[in-house]
Ligand binder design. Sequence first.
Ligand SMILES: Cc1cc2nc3c(=O)[nH]c(=O)nc-3n(C[C@H](O)[C@H](O)[C@H](O)COP(=O)(O)OP(=O)(O)OC[C@H]3O[C@@H](n4cnc5c(N)ncnc54)[C@H](O)[C@@H]3O)c2cc1C
Length: 384
Amino acid sequence: MQTSETTESIRSAVREVCAKYPGEYWRDLDQRREYPEAFVKELTDLGWLAALIPEQYGGGGLGIAEASVILEEINRSGGNAGVCHAQMYIMGILLRHGSDEQKQRYLPKIASGELRLQAFGVTEPNAGSETTRIETTAVRKGDRYVINGQKIFTSRARQSDIMLLLARTTPYDELTDRTMGLSTFIVDMREAGKSIQIQPLDMMINHHTNVVFFDDLEVPAENLIGEEGKGFRYIIDSWNAERILIAAESVGDGRWFVEKAVNYANQREVFGRPIGANQGVQFPIAKAYAHIEAADQVRWKAAALFDSGQKCGPEANMAKLLASEASWEAANVCLDTHGGYGFAVEYDVERKFRESRLYMVAPINNNLVLAYLAQNVLGLPRSY
Ligand SMILES: Cc1cc2nc3c(=O)[nH]c(=O)nc-3n(C[C@H](O)[C@H](O)[C@H](O)COP(=O)(O)OP(=O)(O)OC[C@H]3O[C@@H](n4cnc5c(N)ncnc54)[C@H](O)[C@@H]3O)c2cc1C
């Protein structure tokens, strides 16, 4: 684990907040499928979700390393940073590619919590992982774009004021470069009326995920971020930050599982001794611990490269891959250690088990991470 005065003070401050929201809080919300409003509000009010927004816009001006500690600690405490992590990183696209006017208009309000930007409309049913095949269109009409189409798995659309939307501005068949022709828009969902329909999806985890339909939604042309046609490139630019933050969340999950397993294995007695005295119980916990610590090292390497402005694609991708796999290993070990009680809701293990599994699939599937490493780092032939 990386320590510095700043990261340690962040850890203890975030831990203090999380201690007010124990397992019962998350368990209750999970059962009622409700959003953790109180937790997200407190985190926002304290400025933690604005960690990556520069100070000139009212944010914390922190690096990805410090920001990742915030999310890690939420998951490590038994909570779920997935409910609010997007508020931290979606704005990165606006920050890097938005105009000065857009940054002045939105970033201070996002930093203060007046505006929630935590919905990111990218995935579509017919395109899946092949983002360059999305079909939602944005057609320019005078000083507006008219948007029609459908997104799937759009998380927190109902808990967001604005959404970052990727839509097609040039038909796919007219492109010579398939990474072009898509554009990124700021969509104010408060003004959309019936042009946006949000249908919640019933998912394995309480992730506030939806299908979103756009029917002649009019967006002012000034809400286009950067240049028309370059939206997918802007999204690619944001991937490393996202991968590093997700890796940190997985590390947090992994540490929660290991600690929970160790405590239970020390305390539960069967056959006249703690179950943790059996190597069949302790070795898997030790192995999961080692894998979490190893993944964490790659996460810190990626974060250091990112924060010093160096290329970090391989490291950010490896960190996300290794941490999500290690936390899933720890999740299984924790469940096994608890025997039948691992399935009992009151232990929180089954909830965290479901929540941690997501990171092998979303925001990016580990197969695509492997494809990136194989093709872009190792020079193997492209599969797509
Ligand atoms: C809870 C949840 C929240 C989400 N939130 C959001 C959100 O807020 N915004 C958003 O835009 N999206 C969101 N997503 C979508 C998520 O990013 C996608 O599910 C994911 O990118 C994969 O797309 P897909 O589900 O269509 O899978 P598919 O693309 O259909 O892939 C299915 C399987 O095939 C594999 N596969 C496909 N092509 C290849 C290949 N060439 N090589 C190897 N394997 C391949 C994949 O890895 C995967 O295992 C969310 C998803 C979930 C589950």
